[in-house]
Design a protein around this ligand. Sequence first.
Ligand SMILES: [Zn+2]
Length: 149
Amino acid sequence: MKIIIPRIIISKLFEHSLLEDPDECCGLLLGNDEKVIEIRNLNNVHDNPMTRYEIDNKDLMKAQKYCDNNNMDILGVYHSHTHSQAYPSPTDIGKAREIKDFFDPYYILISLIEKTRPIIRGYKIDLDSVTEIIVEHDGEAYISPTMNF
Ligand SMILES: [Zn+2]
């Protein structure tokens, strides 16, 4: 299981996370098959946005309609953890399981524990397990050139 996130969208994930910090940000990754094509930043409507997130159902319905009209799916739901690692919390897992019958995206976590080195991880949350998925980007990994001083 994997999700391919183009690097321009990875930069937007980091940007959104850092702009909302110390609150958690949230939003959607839209695309086809495994490949993300668009990112949709949403408002975190939870009363305690520093430690929880909640997506407005109206936003979700709007995004679903947009996807239906443009031959895309909601591939992923993302949110940031500003004070913890990029692993789904018990609350995150419980919520995902509650709605799984009608909404079963990948869950993408961005950790801002190190602000200059954010971490992205993705998960498939099933009723009896949580599996990390592979998060890939388009293009080659950067390899730093050998420097001679
Ligand atoms: Zn969380």
